[in-house]
Design a protein. Structure first.
Length: 165
């Protein structure tokens, strides 16, 4: 036990936090980042962590707010730059129309009967420098412009392959 925390209480807090997170995002449509912060606070409170920071006997700071800021800071410190560049690349692809142009070029190369493969290859190439959520935003307009008569063309299928690669 560290600072009066119990493993059982933390597991219960985790379960409640996950349920609250899913509810907030799916049912109330709260923005995902805000829902994560709320769920994190719930996990800490139910788990027995103090809401305000306290200093333990060994000099370490302990509390929900400290845990959130430390975790967020270390995550941003290690991957924040990559995420920032990925978002910028996604914006560049979207504004310049590069992803759309790539999709139509592959469509011409592959032919009308292989639209899904053309968009999948575009998704794969676009996903190399950017993250999937940025890829979704970049590729959504291209998928909507393909002919409406091709009902089996789905962006979900294409993004699945983007994630696999």
């Amino acid at each position: 036990m560290i600072g009066g925390l119990s493993g059982d209480r933390m597991l219960l807090g985790l379960a409640i936090g996950i349920i609250v997170l899913i509810f907030l995002v799916l049912k109330t449509k709260v923005q995902a980042f805000l829902a994560l912060i709320i769920s994190t606070i719930i996990v800490g409170v139910v788990g027995g962590m103090p809401l305000t920071n306290i200093t333990l006997d060994d000099g370490k700071t302990f509390g929900i707010i400290n845990s959130i800021t430390t975790g967020f800071g270390s995550t941003l410190g290690s991957i924040g730059i990559i995420i920032g560049f990925g978002v910028m690349m996604g914006q560049i692809f979207e504004v310049t129309g590069a992803a759309k142009r790539m999709a139509f070029t592959f469509l011409k190369l592959f032919g009308k009967k292989r639209e899904e493969e053309a968009l999948a290859l575009t998704g794969f190439l676009v996903s190399i420098p950017i993250f999937c959520d940025s890829g979704f935003v970049v590729l959504s307009p291209s998928q909507k412009r393909f002919p409406k008569q091709r009902k089996n063309l789905s962006l979900g299928w294409v993004l699945h392959w983007q994630l696999v690669w």
